[in-house]
Design a protein around this ligand. Sequence first.
Ligand code: 13P
Ligand code: SF4
Length: 327
Amino acid sequence: MQLVGKIGRGPEAAVPVGENLFSGIKRLKEERNAVVLAHYYQEPEIQDVADFVGDSLGLAREAQSTEADVIAFSGVHFMAETAKILNPGKTVVLPDLAAGCSLADSCPPEEFRRFVEARPGHAVVSYVNTSAAVKALSDVICTSSNAQGVISSIPEETPIIFGPDKHLGRYLVEKTGREMTLWPGTCMVHVLFSEKRIRQLKVRHPRAEVLAHPECEERVLALADHVGSTTSIIARAAESPAPEFIVATEPGVIHQMQKLAPEKTFLRAPGRSEEGSCEACSECPHMRLNTLEKLYRCLDDLSPEISLDEDLRLRALAPIERMLEVR
Ligand code: 13P
Ligand code: SF4
């Protein structure tokens, strides 16, 4: 694949003559002593140039341990912000600063503060898909990989507030047996999968396993053979003897699944028909704002850079560190 950026300083990258975006990014990584961390929902070519590809927990751990001076975070804002909270002395850049998260946006800090203040004595467990300001109001953070362990680390007698994803929250109540007060947030991507159309697809592919992320609705999770974080469902696709899979999460994960199990077939779970059924429906519009050109450019300019008020950073750091201590 020959990927050459445009000449000139427009919204696209300017790659020197004789270089393509892949070789340009490699050169810039060396010049800047930079590491590229990418989430599984990124475009395949971004995953292929990254030094580490992972889920939210893996990326936070990688950000915690890197010795690079610059972290180019190909993911969404809360992920890059978490990397900055863990690494105040490093430059953290995000290819597109507009790459937000509908779930994080569904939990405004002031409203969440009132929600928490109205429930004294509760432990506040927040999903990592939140702003630093919401993290700062929390006792401990979790991701879809470690949520059950994090919840189990809270004393039985302590009531829990969980936010912001109500579907993940309901799934965790079922899994852990703990009653939790849930913030009513959702992910715009995962709520669109259609139970009815997945059932129809299963009729045509009877040997297919359904793999789902816990941000999906309960009726979709009820159809799943395996529910888990992006890392967990990629591992299941590789390990399972099934020849076909219906994937109910952002389809960026299919790139790694195909690499690990090229002989298997991976089908995107369909969205609700009333919402349309285009191939791109399940692509996260925030994650997909990042491109290889923008990654090149942010490494070149060291911009856009993530910055944080130090007092807020310290308040958001404590619950992240508590999470990272839970094994
Ligand atoms: P994972 O932590 O499972 O990768 O999920 C991140 C995310 O944004 C899900 O929508
Ligand atoms: Fe946020 Fe949903 Fe996109 Fe994940 S898929 S980053 S939860 S909007």
